[in-house]
Design a protein around this ligand. Structure first.
Ligand code: C2E
Ligand code: SIN
Ligand code: SIN
Ligand code: FE
Ligand code: FE
Length: 375
């Protein structure tokens, strides 16, 4: 029998494990949490959670690599983790370098010394392989039967959480893809590079929202809702939308209705993301000093998300060639944004934009390089 206090500690950690794991819906962070919790509970040096990629017949995981997290992949059936995924049977190796099943290849590549390891399968509700827990180097001695039993128990909880996160992500992805394609469709008649403009708005707005200090979930919502900002252009006649030159004052008045057209498409939506898209669409041409359209809202009466989109929308419009204007360079456009701070734009957002400027310029450079590589 193990000492009572050890059991007590594990029971406590188990309860904590259940709580932490149940509330995490993002697969990436869930895997991180699982690895860290299992490492602590089993008093081990390392733990890696592998997930089965059925399509490719591989296991994948992300492991710390300096400050970055790097993806690693192993064919199912290869190596110990690969073997456990295939057989569905746990493997407990007490002395790695004396065990035929262990290959020192990985250790040689990473400079890590594996002394002992416990590898158990994660199975879904139907008993199919979902992944693998690989736990390395118990701090004292090697893994015993109690560790094996305990890891089995943790695996059951972990497998349910991983399945839920996968389901949630696939639902979310199809939802996001639909929204994104809707945005592209709505602007299909506009300038040639509409898809590119929407991609830019999506990326830049997320960077600025992050630098502004918004929490991760809100940043992601902005990333995915922002491409819908001009969806109201769907109701603008071709003769105006596609005009190869400056708009007359009458035409411009018609063009200025696009935020309200967009609001009509999106109003009354149930989904949080579409509600956000509504707030952005209706208010992205409002100006901080109250001189914008359609309502002439002022300052904080303009939703924050719309104040963010307004900055990145003008920045991207300026740095892009249009039939009626040349492309400005990034320095010129950045200077314009700063010059219009407190007039057109929220100074707090301009500040976040300034702090994001080098990241945004890097994104633009990367895209230019990718285009050169393609041609
Ligand atoms: P857009 O091209 O996406 O431009 C978004 C906003 O960027 C504009 O909102 C404006 O605030 C800013 N912007 C764009 N180009 C310039 C520029 O050359 N100089 C300055 N200072 N700011 C610029 P705005 O003015 O409310 O226009 C809304 C939309 O109306 C534009 O979206 C574009 O689709 C259309 N539009 C505006 N002016 C013209 C024009 O002269 N000809 C045509 N064909 N379309 C225009
Ligand atoms: C740790 O791994 O650093 C946590 C200590 C423990 O095993 O309880
Ligand atoms: C999305 O992936 O749906 C957002 C837009 C993009 O960056 O492609
Ligand atoms: Fe617009
Ligand atoms: Fe726009």
């Amino acid at each position: 029998m193990p000492p009572k206090s050890a059991l007590g500690r594990r029971e406590l950690l188990l309860a904590q494990f259940g709580r932490k794991v149940a509330i995490e819906t993002r697969l990436d962070s869930l895997l991180e949490i699982l690895a860290e919790e299992v490492r602590t509970i089993l008093s081990a040096d390392r733990c890696t959670v592998f997930v089965v990629d059925k399509r490719k017949g591989e296991l994948w995981s992300k492991v710390a690599h300096g400050l970055e997290r790097k993806e690693i992949r192993i064919p199912i059936g290869k190596g110990i983790a690969g073997y456990v995924a295939k057989s569905g049977e746990p493997i407990n190796i007490k002395d790695a370098y004396q065990d035929m099943r262990f290959s020192q290849e990985q250790d040689k590549a990473t400079g890590y010394k594996t002394n002992n390891m416990l590898v158990t399968p994660l199975k879904n509700r139907g008993g199919e392989p979902l992944g693998v827990f690989q736990v390395l180097n118990k701090k004292k001695g090697s893994f015993d039967e109690q560790d094996e039993g305990f890891l089995q128990l943790l695996s059951t909880i972990a497998a349910t959480a991983i399945e839920n996160a996968q389901l949630y992500e696939s639902l979310k992805n199809s939802h996001l893809e639909t929204i994104y394609r809707l945005a592209v469709m709505a602007e299909y008649r506009d300038q040639e590079d509409t898809a590119k403009h929407l991609r830019h708005i999506s990326k830049y707005s997320a960077v600025v929202a992050d630098r502004y200090g918004l929490p991760y979930d809100q940043v992601e919502d902005i990333r995915y809702a922002s491409p819908l900002h001009d969806i109201g252009k769907v109701a603008i006649p071709d003769a105006i939308l596609k005009k190869a030159g400056k708009l007359t004052p009458e035409e411009y008045e018609e063009m200025k209705k696009h935020p309200e057209y967009g609001a009509k498409v999106l109003e009354g939506a149930e989904s949080g993301l579409l509600k956000l898209a509504y707030r952005i669409s209706i208010a992205h041409h409002e100006k901080f000093d109250g001189t914008g359209y359609p309502k002439g809202l002022k300052g904080e009466n303009i939703p924050l998300e719309a104040r963010i989109i307004s900055v990145v929308d003008v920045f991207d419009a300026l740095t892009t060639k249009r039939v009626y204007k040349r492309a400005w360079d990034t320095e010129e456009a950045g200077a314009y944004i700063r010059e219009r701070s407190s007039k057109d734009f929220d100074p707090g957002v301009v500040d976040a934009f300034n702090k994001s400027f080098s990241v945004i310029c890097d994104l633009i450079r990367q895209e230019e390089l990718a285009e050169i590589a393609k041609s």
